[in-house]
Design a protein around this ligand. Structure first.
Ligand code: ARG
Length: 320
């Protein structure tokens, strides 16, 4: 039901299929780590992705609360060089610096897609642990028509597993309740790889396409199309579940109809629901949505290291 009410999610038609793992009895960081690996294994299923949420102990207002410090279970490191340029994902530069201060070392040859370790707070401890390779499914990106695309060396992880939001019910708050669905292609193709503040691949792709970035006024649009084609094609090639934005839009509108029939109106944030490419070619663009969030829900919370306990743990375990 919390997923059903998540105002930024276009994928909510499938809310009834969520598998929920009750991990409320786990207390120490090691078992939380193990449960996260188990979550990834059970959710990935070699690409036949299952939406899943693992729910750890609720907030009790005391020390020893559980938090996963990572934004997602799977994320790539970002390293800012002395020249100011970033290798990897610029979104994770600060977090990468934080995990390094906690003792994590990047691979001997740092790359653009180095998986970050999990940082887990539990039982008054903070542990940093790498993910075993076999728990992580990734997709190498190629384009069905352009042989040069593969040489760009792009890849992405198969499972989006948000780990820093809280599950809030009428009477309890679960600050650690990682959940996953499957990707909509544009999350990767348009935003993660296309945004100027992320991997910023549009200029490189436009160049390969032989586009003139001054005279061809729609060069970015062409590059976006090609990179999004590559994402959908490559996920399908590997049998990894992915949805395109047109289908996701149709499914969301079906969800709205079903909710209406059930006597509920879907609450949603328009700017998050509408896909980042071809917006007006999708149905979700052409209407507005009420926005009065209901409980239970999945909500943002303050970054773990900015909570009193998190700040104390960071001071104790970080070296300058
Ligand atoms: N947009 C985020 C990303 O690109 C993932 C957010 C959740 N997405 C999902 N399809 N469940 O990693």
């Amino acid at each position: 039901m919390a997923w059903r009410e998540a105002v930024r999610c276009i994928g909510r038609l499938h809310w009834r299929s969520l598998q929920v793992v009750d991990a409320r009895s786990l207390e120490d960081a090691d078992s939380v780590y193990d449960a996260c690996l188990e979550h990834l294994r059970r959710a990935t299923r070699d690409g036949r992705i299952v939406p899943m949420q693992t729910v750890f102990a609720p907030w009790r207002g005391t020390e020893g609360g559980i938090r996963i410090w990572n934004h997602q279970l799977l994320r790539y490191a970002g390293y800012r060089g002395p020249d100011g340029l970033v290798l990897g994902d610029p979104q994770n530069v600060d977090f990468t610096r934080l995990v390094r201060s906690l003792g994590w070392s990047p691979p001997a040859n740092p790359g653009s897609f180095d998986l970050l370790p999990l940082v887990i707070q539990a039982g008054g401890k903070l542990v940093v642990r790498d993910l075993p390779r076999e728990a992580v499914l990734e997709v190498r990106l190629e384009h069905p028509e352009y042989p040069w695309f593969e040489a760009l060396g792009l890849r992405w992880h198969a499972v989006p597993a948000v780990s820093d939001m809280m599950l809030v019910t009428r009477d309890e708050v679960f600050p650690c309740a990682p959940f996953n669905g499957w990707y909509m292609g544009t999350e990767i193709g348009a935003r993660n790889l296309g945004d100027t503040g992320r991997y910023n691949m549009l200029p490189r792709i436009a160049e390969k396409l032989g586009l003139d970035q001054v005279r061809d006024r729609l060069w970015k649009d062409r590059a976006l199309l090609v990179i999004n084609e590559a994402v959908l094609h490559s996920f399908e090639r590997d049998g990894v579940k992915v949805v395109d934005h047109h289908q996701a839009s149709r499914e969301f509108l079906t969800h709205c109809d079903r909710e209406h029939e059930a006597g509920r109106e879907v609450q949603a944030e328009w700017s998050w629901i509408v896909p980042p490419v071809s917006a007006s070619a999708t149905g979700v663009f052409h209407r507005l949505y009420p926005l009065r969030p209901k409980l239970p829900n999945l909500l943002l919370q303050v970054a773990a290291w900015n909570t009193p306990e998190g700040a104390r743990l960071l001071k104790r375990f970080a070296r300058p």
